[in-house]
Ligand binder design. Structure first.
Ligand SMILES: [Zn+2]
Length: 202
């Protein structure tokens, strides 16, 4: 089966991952837990507990030493031949000024014409040449969606994938490198329960 046919089969019905043993639905998103600079325990505090004066990590915000500020974004990567888009949850730094703007509007959402804000990509992604500290643009989104991240500056493979889409083979390799095993034949969907458990994109 070609990689594209394999991805289509994954979209058509949920599949049991023989590696993490969860039931995945379609082209589910992957996410980095924290910026790579975060060296504390990997535990989230609630967003509402945000502190700007020390170390802080929640699912959307990160502060290091009261000096460096990061937000969780999503890099949307089209997949050649598929109408579904893959989302990579990654972190970007922001200036304190833009970080504070983001927090202020976090609960209400942004107008579409906000941004983009400059940031540095703050994760190393497997299957790419080093992605840490790539320059990027962060686009705040309306309706409380996570900001979209676009890599800018030069012709890094990640920048090209975000702009032009990636080959189906590459997405399968990325899933495998991140601990998911798409080869296993899909199971029949249960009548309820699975939809919405995976592949959620905020
Ligand atoms: Zn898995």
């Amino acid at each position: 089966m070609s990689a594209e046919a394999q991805l289509r089969a994954m979209v058509e019905q949920p599949w049991r991952c023989s590696n993490c043993e969860q039931l995945h639905h379609g082209l589910f998103d992957l996410a980095c837990f924290a910026p790579d600079y975060w060296k504390e325990e990997e535990v989230y505090e609630p967003n509402a507990s945000l502190r700007l004066d020390g170390d802080f990590l929640s699912e959307d915000f990160c502060v290091l030493g009261g000096e460096y500020f990061f937000v969780r974004c999503v890099a949307l990567i089209p997949v050649v031949g598929m109408k579904e888009t893959f989302g990579f949850g990654v972190w970007s730094s922001l200036s304190r000024t833009n970080f504070e703007k983001y927090i202020e509007k976090f609960d209400t959402g942004f107008d579409v014409d906000q941004g983009p804000w400059f940031g540095w990509l703050s994760n190393r992604l497997k299957n790419y040449p080093d992605t840490l500290a790539l320059p990027c643009d962060v686009y705040p989104q309306p309706k409380r969606k996570r900001p979209h991240l676009v890599v800018t500056g030069y012709e890094h493979p990640l920048a090209l994938d975000i702009r032009d889409g990636m080959a189906p083979e590459k997405l399968l390799e990325i899933y495998e490198a991140n601990g998911h095993c798409p080869e296993r034949p899909a199971e029949k969907p249960s009548s309820h329960g699975w939809r919405g458990l995976f592949g959620l994109r905020k």
